[in-house]
Design a protein around this ligand. Structure first.
Ligand SMILES: C[S@@+](CC[C@H](N)C(=O)[O-])C[C@H]1O[C@@H](n2cnc3c(N)ncnc32)[C@H](O)[C@@H]1O
Length: 455
Protein backbone atom coordinates (compact mmCIF):
# COMPACT_ATOMS: atom_id res chain seq x y z
CA UNK A 1 0.00 0.00 0.00
CA UNK A 2 1.40 3.38 -1.16
CA UNK A 3 4.41 4.84 0.47
CA UNK A 4 3.70 4.01 4.11
CA UNK A 5 6.20 1.67 5.62
CA UNK A 6 6.52 -0.09 8.94
CA UNK A 7 8.54 1.86 11.56
CA UNK A 8 8.31 5.15 9.64
CA UNK A 9 7.36 8.17 11.78
CA UNK A 10 5.08 11.04 10.75
CA UNK A 11 3.85 14.29 12.28
CA UNK A 12 0.06 14.35 11.96
CA UNK A 13 -3.18 15.77 13.33
CA UNK A 14 -5.67 13.15 14.47
CA UNK A 15 -8.96 14.00 12.77
CA UNK A 16 -11.29 11.42 14.34
CA UNK A 17 -11.66 8.81 17.09
CA UNK A 18 -13.32 5.56 16.02
CA UNK A 19 -15.65 3.25 17.95
CA UNK A 20 -12.75 0.98 18.97
CA UNK A 21 -10.89 3.88 20.60
CA UNK A 22 -8.32 4.40 17.83
CA UNK A 23 -7.39 7.86 16.59
CA UNK A 24 -7.81 8.23 12.83
CA UNK A 25 -5.73 10.30 10.43
CA UNK A 26 -4.82 10.29 6.75
CA UNK A 27 -1.36 10.41 5.26
CA UNK A 28 -1.41 11.14 1.52
CA UNK A 29 -5.04 10.02 1.49
CA UNK A 30 -4.30 6.73 3.21
CA UNK A 31 -6.17 5.92 6.41
CA UNK A 32 -4.09 5.27 9.51
CA UNK A 33 -5.57 4.00 12.81
CA UNK A 34 -3.52 5.32 15.70
CA UNK A 35 -3.48 3.37 18.95
CA UNK A 36 -3.47 5.96 21.75
CA UNK A 37 -4.43 8.85 19.45
CA UNK A 38 -7.43 11.12 20.13
CA UNK A 39 -9.25 13.45 17.75
CA UNK A 40 -7.52 16.85 17.97
CA UNK A 41 -4.07 15.57 19.00
CA UNK A 42 -1.15 16.98 17.06
CA UNK A 43 1.44 14.26 17.41
CA UNK A 44 4.16 12.08 15.97
CA UNK A 45 3.05 8.56 15.11
CA UNK A 46 5.01 5.41 14.29
CA UNK A 47 3.59 2.96 11.75
CA UNK A 48 3.51 -0.58 13.13
CA UNK A 49 1.51 -2.40 10.47
CA UNK A 50 0.69 -1.72 6.82
CA UNK A 51 -2.28 -3.51 5.27
CA UNK A 52 -3.98 -3.29 1.89
CA UNK A 53 -6.48 -0.58 2.67
CA UNK A 54 -5.17 0.98 5.90
CA UNK A 55 -2.21 1.17 8.26
CA UNK A 56 -1.94 0.93 12.06
CA UNK A 57 0.30 3.19 14.13
CA UNK A 58 1.09 4.03 17.73
CA UNK A 59 1.27 7.49 19.19
CA UNK A 60 4.97 8.20 19.63
CA UNK A 61 4.91 11.74 21.00
CA UNK A 62 2.08 14.20 21.58
CA UNK A 63 2.98 17.81 20.71
CA UNK A 64 -0.46 19.34 21.39
CA UNK A 65 -2.96 17.19 23.27
CA UNK A 66 -6.61 17.00 22.23
CA UNK A 67 -9.09 18.93 24.41
CA UNK A 68 -10.92 15.60 24.92
CA UNK A 69 -8.00 13.99 26.76
CA UNK A 70 -8.07 13.10 30.46
CA UNK A 71 -5.39 11.27 32.41
CA UNK A 72 -6.18 7.54 32.48
CA UNK A 73 -7.10 6.08 35.88
CA UNK A 74 -5.59 2.75 34.91
CA UNK A 75 -1.90 2.12 34.42
CA UNK A 76 -2.39 -1.25 32.67
CA UNK A 77 -2.46 -0.65 28.94
CA UNK A 78 -2.26 -4.17 27.61
CA UNK A 79 -5.61 -5.56 28.73
CA UNK A 80 -7.32 -3.48 26.03
CA UNK A 81 -10.68 -3.42 27.84
CA UNK A 82 -10.99 0.30 28.56
CA UNK A 83 -10.35 1.69 25.07
CA UNK A 84 -11.73 5.11 26.06
CA UNK A 85 -9.88 5.57 29.35
CA UNK A 86 -7.85 8.50 27.96
CA UNK A 87 -10.85 10.69 26.97
CA UNK A 88 -13.62 12.38 28.96
CA UNK A 89 -16.80 10.43 29.63
CA UNK A 90 -18.79 13.18 27.84
CA UNK A 91 -16.74 12.70 24.67
CA UNK A 92 -17.01 8.91 24.97
CA UNK A 93 -20.82 9.25 25.12
CA UNK A 94 -20.78 11.57 22.12
CA UNK A 95 -18.68 9.06 20.15
CA UNK A 96 -20.99 6.18 21.07
CA UNK A 97 -24.07 8.14 19.98
CA UNK A 98 -22.46 9.28 16.72
CA UNK A 99 -21.37 5.74 15.90
CA UNK A 100 -24.95 4.46 16.28
CA UNK A 101 -26.41 7.39 14.31
CA UNK A 102 -23.94 6.89 11.42
CA UNK A 103 -24.52 3.12 11.36
CA UNK A 104 -28.29 3.70 11.19
CA UNK A 105 -27.89 6.14 8.31
CA UNK A 106 -25.61 3.69 6.45
CA UNK A 107 -28.24 0.97 6.90
CA UNK A 108 -30.94 3.20 5.36
CA UNK A 109 -32.61 4.21 8.66
CA UNK A 110 -31.81 7.84 8.02
CA UNK A 111 -34.87 9.31 9.77
CA UNK A 112 -34.26 7.65 13.09
CA UNK A 113 -33.51 9.95 15.99
CA UNK A 114 -30.67 8.70 18.19
CA UNK A 115 -31.05 10.27 21.62
CA UNK A 116 -28.14 11.42 23.76
CA UNK A 117 -26.57 8.52 25.63
CA UNK A 118 -28.26 7.77 28.95
CA UNK A 119 -25.98 7.09 31.91
CA UNK A 120 -26.59 5.79 35.40
CA UNK A 121 -24.36 8.46 36.87
CA UNK A 122 -21.23 10.15 35.72
CA UNK A 123 -19.17 7.46 37.41
CA UNK A 124 -16.78 5.15 35.69
CA UNK A 125 -15.23 3.50 38.77
CA UNK A 126 -16.30 0.27 40.42
CA UNK A 127 -19.44 -0.26 38.33
CA UNK A 128 -18.67 -3.83 37.15
CA UNK A 129 -20.24 -6.33 39.52
CA UNK A 130 -18.56 -9.33 37.88
CA UNK A 131 -14.94 -10.20 37.01
CA UNK A 132 -13.17 -13.34 35.87
CA UNK A 133 -9.42 -13.33 36.53
CA UNK A 134 -7.25 -15.89 34.74
CA UNK A 135 -4.39 -17.15 36.91
CA UNK A 136 -0.81 -17.57 35.80
CA UNK A 137 2.71 -17.97 37.19
CA UNK A 138 5.13 -15.08 36.68
CA UNK A 139 8.81 -15.38 35.76
CA UNK A 140 9.72 -15.67 39.45
CA UNK A 141 7.38 -18.60 39.90
CA UNK A 142 4.79 -16.55 41.84
CA UNK A 143 1.09 -17.03 41.26
CA UNK A 144 -0.64 -13.95 39.88
CA UNK A 145 -4.04 -12.99 38.56
CA UNK A 146 -4.73 -10.67 35.68
CA UNK A 147 -6.45 -10.17 32.38
CA UNK A 148 -5.76 -11.44 28.90
CA UNK A 149 -3.81 -8.97 26.77
CA UNK A 150 -6.00 -7.78 23.92
CA UNK A 151 -6.49 -10.47 21.19
CA UNK A 152 -4.17 -12.94 22.99
CA UNK A 153 -4.13 -15.61 25.64
CA UNK A 154 -1.24 -14.01 27.47
CA UNK A 155 -2.17 -13.09 31.03
CA UNK A 156 -1.16 -9.56 31.99
CA UNK A 157 -0.72 -9.56 35.78
CA UNK A 158 -3.16 -7.02 37.20
CA UNK A 159 -4.88 -7.44 40.53
CA UNK A 160 -6.68 -4.12 40.52
CA UNK A 161 -9.12 -2.97 37.88
CA UNK A 162 -10.74 0.38 38.58
CA UNK A 163 -14.04 -0.43 36.88
CA UNK A 164 -14.53 -3.36 39.32
CA UNK A 165 -15.21 -2.99 43.08
CA UNK A 166 -12.04 -2.49 45.15
CA UNK A 167 -12.91 -5.46 47.33
CA UNK A 168 -12.32 -7.77 44.33
CA UNK A 169 -8.62 -6.81 44.36
CA UNK A 170 -8.42 -7.42 48.11
CA UNK A 171 -9.97 -10.88 47.72
CA UNK A 172 -7.64 -11.76 44.86
CA UNK A 173 -4.55 -10.79 46.90
CA UNK A 174 -5.64 -12.83 49.92
CA UNK A 175 -6.51 -15.82 47.75
CA UNK A 176 -3.12 -15.73 46.07
CA UNK A 177 -1.40 -15.65 49.47
CA UNK A 178 -3.40 -18.74 50.38
CA UNK A 179 -2.71 -20.56 47.09
CA UNK A 180 1.03 -19.91 47.51
CA UNK A 181 1.03 -21.11 51.11
CA UNK A 182 -0.95 -24.24 50.33
CA UNK A 183 1.14 -24.93 47.20
CA UNK A 184 -1.79 -24.99 44.80
CA UNK A 185 -0.74 -25.39 41.18
CA UNK A 186 -1.87 -23.18 38.30
CA UNK A 187 -3.28 -24.49 35.02
CA UNK A 188 -0.98 -24.22 32.04
CA UNK A 189 -2.81 -23.93 28.71
CA UNK A 190 0.02 -25.60 26.78
CA UNK A 191 0.62 -28.63 28.98
CA UNK A 192 -3.01 -28.66 30.19
CA UNK A 193 -1.66 -29.49 33.65
CA UNK A 194 -2.18 -27.62 36.92
CA UNK A 195 -5.27 -26.98 39.03
CA UNK A 196 -6.35 -23.33 39.20
CA UNK A 197 -7.74 -21.71 36.05
CA UNK A 198 -9.79 -18.66 37.00
CA UNK A 199 -11.12 -16.77 39.99
CA UNK A 200 -14.62 -15.55 39.22
CA UNK A 201 -16.21 -12.94 41.51
CA UNK A 202 -19.67 -11.42 41.56
CA UNK A 203 -21.06 -8.69 43.78
CA UNK A 204 -24.67 -7.91 44.70
CA UNK A 205 -24.42 -4.17 45.13
CA UNK A 206 -27.63 -3.76 47.15
CA UNK A 207 -27.23 -6.86 49.32
CA UNK A 208 -23.45 -6.48 49.73
CA UNK A 209 -23.15 -10.23 49.08
CA UNK A 210 -20.17 -11.60 47.17
CA UNK A 211 -19.96 -14.84 45.22
CA UNK A 212 -16.58 -16.53 44.83
CA UNK A 213 -16.22 -19.23 42.22
CA UNK A 214 -12.92 -21.04 41.56
CA UNK A 215 -12.60 -22.57 38.14
CA UNK A 216 -10.42 -25.66 38.44
CA UNK A 217 -8.95 -28.27 36.15
CA UNK A 218 -10.00 -31.27 38.19
CA UNK A 219 -12.69 -32.71 40.42
CA UNK A 220 -12.02 -30.56 43.49
CA UNK A 221 -9.47 -28.65 45.54
CA UNK A 222 -7.35 -29.91 48.45
CA UNK A 223 -8.89 -29.26 51.85
CA UNK A 224 -11.83 -27.14 50.68
CA UNK A 225 -13.07 -26.48 54.26
CA UNK A 226 -9.78 -24.80 55.11
CA UNK A 227 -10.10 -22.44 52.13
CA UNK A 228 -13.72 -21.65 53.03
CA UNK A 229 -12.77 -20.92 56.64
CA UNK A 230 -9.80 -18.75 55.63
CA UNK A 231 -11.49 -16.59 53.00
CA UNK A 232 -14.86 -16.12 54.75
CA UNK A 233 -13.12 -15.04 57.97
CA UNK A 234 -11.18 -12.44 55.95
CA UNK A 235 -14.27 -11.37 53.95
CA UNK A 236 -17.52 -12.00 55.82
CA UNK A 237 -19.47 -10.60 52.81
CA UNK A 238 -18.60 -13.69 50.83
CA UNK A 239 -22.03 -15.31 50.94
CA UNK A 240 -21.34 -18.30 48.75
CA UNK A 241 -18.38 -20.21 47.31
CA UNK A 242 -18.56 -22.56 44.34
CA UNK A 243 -16.17 -24.72 42.40
CA UNK A 244 -16.50 -24.94 38.65
CA UNK A 245 -14.90 -28.04 37.15
CA UNK A 246 -13.46 -27.25 33.74
CA UNK A 247 -11.12 -29.95 32.44
CA UNK A 248 -11.57 -29.13 28.73
CA UNK A 249 -8.89 -27.62 26.50
CA UNK A 250 -11.04 -24.55 25.82
CA UNK A 251 -11.21 -20.75 25.92
CA UNK A 252 -14.63 -20.96 27.56
CA UNK A 253 -14.16 -19.98 31.21
CA UNK A 254 -17.03 -21.87 32.85
CA UNK A 255 -18.16 -25.43 32.32
CA UNK A 256 -21.73 -26.45 33.22
CA UNK A 257 -20.36 -28.47 36.20
CA UNK A 258 -20.70 -26.57 39.45
CA UNK A 259 -20.51 -27.56 43.11
CA UNK A 260 -21.39 -25.25 45.98
CA UNK A 261 -18.94 -25.61 48.87
CA UNK A 262 -20.26 -22.75 51.01
CA UNK A 263 -23.58 -20.92 51.29
CA UNK A 264 -26.64 -21.25 49.10
CA UNK A 265 -24.97 -21.25 45.68
CA UNK A 266 -26.32 -17.83 44.77
CA UNK A 267 -26.22 -14.19 45.82
CA UNK A 268 -29.06 -11.68 45.91
CA UNK A 269 -29.43 -8.20 44.49
CA UNK A 270 -32.22 -5.66 44.14
CA UNK A 271 -33.06 -4.08 40.80
CA UNK A 272 -35.91 -1.59 40.23
CA UNK A 273 -37.19 -2.50 43.69
CA UNK A 274 -37.43 -6.24 42.88
CA UNK A 275 -35.38 -9.02 44.51
CA UNK A 276 -33.25 -11.34 42.42
CA UNK A 277 -31.16 -14.38 43.19
CA UNK A 278 -28.25 -14.93 40.82
CA UNK A 279 -26.36 -18.20 40.47
CA UNK A 280 -22.91 -18.53 38.88
CA UNK A 281 -23.91 -19.73 35.42
CA UNK A 282 -26.68 -17.17 34.96
CA UNK A 283 -26.40 -13.88 33.12
CA UNK A 284 -26.81 -10.72 35.18
CA UNK A 285 -26.21 -7.19 33.87
CA UNK A 286 -22.68 -6.21 34.95
CA UNK A 287 -23.65 -2.62 35.70
CA UNK A 288 -26.58 -2.68 38.13
CA UNK A 289 -27.24 1.07 38.17
CA UNK A 290 -27.00 1.18 34.39
CA UNK A 291 -29.46 -1.73 34.20
CA UNK A 292 -32.01 0.29 36.19
CA UNK A 293 -31.70 3.20 33.73
CA UNK A 294 -32.10 0.78 30.82
CA UNK A 295 -35.08 -1.08 32.29
CA UNK A 296 -36.83 2.17 33.32
CA UNK A 297 -36.53 3.42 29.75
CA UNK A 298 -37.80 0.06 28.45
CA UNK A 299 -40.78 0.29 30.82
CA UNK A 300 -41.58 3.83 29.72
CA UNK A 301 -41.47 2.71 26.06
CA UNK A 302 -43.65 -0.33 26.70
CA UNK A 303 -46.32 1.65 28.58
CA UNK A 304 -49.17 -0.12 30.38
CA UNK A 305 -49.94 -3.68 29.36
CA UNK A 306 -52.99 -5.75 30.19
CA UNK A 307 -52.37 -8.76 27.91
CA UNK A 308 -49.55 -11.29 27.70
CA UNK A 309 -45.88 -10.26 27.59
CA UNK A 310 -43.15 -12.54 26.27
CA UNK A 311 -39.59 -12.00 27.53
CA UNK A 312 -37.23 -13.73 25.09
CA UNK A 313 -33.61 -14.29 26.21
CA UNK A 314 -34.89 -13.63 29.73
CA UNK A 315 -31.86 -14.73 31.78
CA UNK A 316 -32.95 -14.78 35.43
CA UNK A 317 -36.16 -12.93 34.53
CA UNK A 318 -34.93 -9.44 35.37
CA UNK A 319 -36.40 -7.42 32.49
CA UNK A 320 -39.84 -9.03 32.56
CA UNK A 321 -40.11 -9.01 36.35
CA UNK A 322 -38.95 -5.36 36.54
CA UNK A 323 -41.10 -3.94 33.76
CA UNK A 324 -43.97 -6.33 33.01
CA UNK A 325 -45.09 -7.73 36.35
CA UNK A 326 -48.61 -6.29 35.69
CA UNK A 327 -49.05 -8.31 32.49
CA UNK A 328 -51.81 -10.92 32.34
CA UNK A 329 -49.11 -13.54 31.83
CA UNK A 330 -45.35 -13.07 31.67
CA UNK A 331 -43.69 -15.83 29.64
CA UNK A 332 -39.88 -16.05 29.63
CA UNK A 333 -37.58 -18.18 27.46
CA UNK A 334 -33.89 -18.71 28.19
CA UNK A 335 -31.32 -21.23 27.02
CA UNK A 336 -29.34 -21.67 30.28
CA UNK A 337 -31.29 -24.06 32.55
CA UNK A 338 -29.78 -22.66 35.79
CA UNK A 339 -30.92 -19.16 34.79
CA UNK A 340 -34.45 -20.48 34.25
CA UNK A 341 -34.36 -22.02 37.75
CA UNK A 342 -33.25 -18.62 39.10
CA UNK A 343 -36.06 -16.88 37.15
CA UNK A 344 -38.66 -19.19 38.73
CA UNK A 345 -37.27 -18.50 42.21
CA UNK A 346 -37.23 -14.77 41.40
CA UNK A 347 -40.91 -14.79 40.46
CA UNK A 348 -41.62 -16.38 43.85
CA UNK A 349 -39.32 -13.97 45.71
CA UNK A 350 -41.39 -11.13 44.27
CA UNK A 351 -44.73 -12.88 44.93
CA UNK A 352 -45.61 -13.04 41.23
CA UNK A 353 -48.09 -15.71 40.21
CA UNK A 354 -48.44 -14.75 36.54
CA UNK A 355 -44.97 -15.87 35.37
CA UNK A 356 -43.83 -19.00 33.50
CA UNK A 357 -40.23 -19.52 32.46
CA UNK A 358 -39.11 -22.10 29.91
CA UNK A 359 -35.63 -23.51 29.24
CA UNK A 360 -34.91 -23.63 25.52
CA UNK A 361 -33.89 -21.79 22.41
CA UNK A 362 -35.76 -18.55 21.77
CA UNK A 363 -36.66 -19.82 18.29
CA UNK A 364 -38.83 -22.49 19.97
CA UNK A 365 -41.19 -19.87 21.43
CA UNK A 366 -43.85 -20.62 18.78
CA UNK A 367 -44.28 -24.04 20.43
CA UNK A 368 -45.16 -22.31 23.71
CA UNK A 369 -47.47 -19.47 22.71
CA UNK A 370 -48.59 -17.59 19.65
CA UNK A 371 -50.03 -14.44 21.13
CA UNK A 372 -48.65 -11.51 23.04
CA UNK A 373 -49.44 -7.86 23.46
CA UNK A 374 -45.75 -7.08 23.76
CA UNK A 375 -42.58 -9.07 23.08
CA UNK A 376 -39.35 -8.10 24.81
CA UNK A 377 -36.09 -9.33 23.29
CA UNK A 378 -32.62 -8.98 24.81
CA UNK A 379 -30.39 -11.26 22.73
CA UNK A 380 -26.61 -11.76 22.94
CA UNK A 381 -24.39 -9.71 20.60
CA UNK A 382 -25.22 -11.72 17.51
CA UNK A 383 -28.79 -10.40 17.60
CA UNK A 384 -31.93 -12.22 16.45
CA UNK A 385 -32.09 -15.16 14.06
CA UNK A 386 -34.49 -15.01 11.11
CA UNK A 387 -36.62 -17.68 12.83
CA UNK A 388 -37.12 -15.48 15.87
CA UNK A 389 -37.94 -12.40 13.77
CA UNK A 390 -40.40 -14.47 11.69
CA UNK A 391 -42.12 -15.65 14.86
CA UNK A 392 -42.34 -12.14 16.29
CA UNK A 393 -43.82 -10.54 13.18
CA UNK A 394 -46.31 -13.38 12.76
CA UNK A 395 -47.36 -13.16 16.44
CA UNK A 396 -48.48 -9.56 15.70
CA UNK A 397 -47.61 -7.95 19.06
CA UNK A 398 -48.48 -4.26 19.27
CA UNK A 399 -44.96 -3.51 20.44
CA UNK A 400 -41.53 -5.12 20.41
CA UNK A 401 -39.10 -3.83 23.02
CA UNK A 402 -35.66 -4.61 21.64
CA UNK A 403 -32.77 -4.31 24.12
CA UNK A 404 -29.38 -4.80 22.53
CA UNK A 405 -25.73 -4.88 23.53
CA UNK A 406 -24.54 -4.55 19.91
CA UNK A 407 -25.75 -1.60 17.85
CA UNK A 408 -24.64 -3.23 14.57
CA UNK A 409 -26.88 -6.27 14.93
CA UNK A 410 -29.68 -4.15 16.41
CA UNK A 411 -29.66 -1.92 13.33
CA UNK A 412 -29.45 -4.95 11.01
CA UNK A 413 -32.54 -6.43 12.73
CA UNK A 414 -34.40 -3.09 12.78
CA UNK A 415 -34.12 -2.96 8.99
CA UNK A 416 -35.74 -6.42 8.77
CA UNK A 417 -38.45 -5.43 11.24
CA UNK A 418 -39.19 -2.28 9.28
CA UNK A 419 -39.63 -4.35 6.09
CA UNK A 420 -42.18 -6.37 8.07
CA UNK A 421 -44.19 -3.46 9.41
CA UNK A 422 -42.47 -2.70 12.74
CA UNK A 423 -40.82 0.70 13.00
CA UNK A 424 -39.56 3.24 15.46
CA UNK A 425 -38.52 6.85 15.28
CA UNK A 426 -36.16 6.92 18.27
CA UNK A 427 -33.26 4.84 19.55
CA UNK A 428 -31.99 5.25 23.11
CA UNK A 429 -28.33 4.37 23.78
CA UNK A 430 -27.37 3.60 27.39
CA UNK A 431 -23.73 3.65 28.46
CA UNK A 432 -23.74 0.51 30.60
CA UNK A 433 -20.03 -0.07 30.04
CA UNK A 434 -18.18 3.24 30.57
CA UNK A 435 -14.59 3.33 29.26
CA UNK A 436 -15.03 0.22 27.10
CA UNK A 437 -16.07 0.10 23.43
CA UNK A 438 -19.46 -1.39 24.30
CA UNK A 439 -22.82 0.37 24.42
CA UNK A 440 -26.34 -0.86 25.14
CA UNK A 441 -29.46 0.41 23.34
CA UNK A 442 -33.20 0.08 23.60
CA UNK A 443 -35.91 0.74 21.02
CA UNK A 444 -39.66 0.24 20.91
CA UNK A 445 -40.77 -1.13 17.53
CA UNK A 446 -44.45 -0.44 16.94
CA UNK A 447 -46.71 -2.24 14.50
CA UNK A 448 -47.61 0.13 11.66
CA UNK A 449 -51.30 0.80 11.05
CA UNK A 450 -51.07 -0.12 7.36
CA UNK A 451 -49.90 -3.60 8.45
CA UNK A 452 -53.02 -3.96 10.57
CA UNK A 453 -55.17 -2.99 7.57
CA UNK A 454 -53.47 -5.52 5.27
CA UNK A 455 -53.90 -8.48 7.61
C1 LIG B 1 -27.95 -10.17 27.05
S1 LIG B 1 -28.49 -11.48 28.07
C2 LIG B 1 -30.02 -10.82 28.64
C3 LIG B 1 -30.58 -11.48 29.87
C4 LIG B 1 -31.69 -10.71 30.59
N1 LIG B 1 -32.66 -10.19 29.68
C5 LIG B 1 -31.12 -9.63 31.47
O1 LIG B 1 -31.23 -8.44 31.15
O2 LIG B 1 -30.53 -9.96 32.51
C6 LIG B 1 -28.92 -12.67 26.88
C7 LIG B 1 -29.46 -13.95 27.44
O3 LIG B 1 -29.84 -14.79 26.35
C8 LIG B 1 -29.52 -16.12 26.66
N2 LIG B 1 -29.45 -16.82 25.36
C9 LIG B 1 -28.42 -16.89 24.50
N3 LIG B 1 -28.77 -17.56 23.39
C10 LIG B 1 -30.08 -17.91 23.55
C11 LIG B 1 -31.02 -18.61 22.73
N4 LIG B 1 -30.69 -19.07 21.52
N5 LIG B 1 -32.26 -18.78 23.20
C12 LIG B 1 -32.62 -18.32 24.42
N6 LIG B 1 -31.76 -17.65 25.24
C13 LIG B 1 -30.51 -17.44 24.81
C14 LIG B 1 -28.22 -16.01 27.43
O4 LIG B 1 -27.99 -17.15 28.22
C15 LIG B 1 -28.49 -14.75 28.27
O5 LIG B 1 -29.11 -15.10 29.50
Amino acid sequence: MGILQKNQKYDVEITDTNNLGYGVCRINGQVVFVNGGVKGDVCRIKIIKVLKSYAVAICDEIYTPSKHRVSPKCQYKQCGGCVFHNISLEYENELKRDYIKNSAIKAGLKDIKVENVLCADNEDCGYRNKAQYPLTVDKNGRICAGFYASHTHTVVPCDSCYIAPEVFSDIIRKLIEYFEKEKYTVYNEITQKGLLRHVYLRYGEQSGQIMLCLVVNGKGIPNEDKLVQYITSEFPNIATICLNFNTENTNVVLSPNIKTIFGSGYIEDILCGKRFCISPLSFYQVNRNGAEVLYNKAKELMGDVSGDVIDLYCGIGTVGICIASDAKRLIGVEIVPQAVEDARINAELNSLKNCSFYAGDASEISQITSKAECIIVDPPRKGLSNDVIDYIVSALPKKVIYISCDPDTLIRDMVIFSQNGYTTDTLYPVNMFPRTQHVESVVCLTRRLDVDMRR
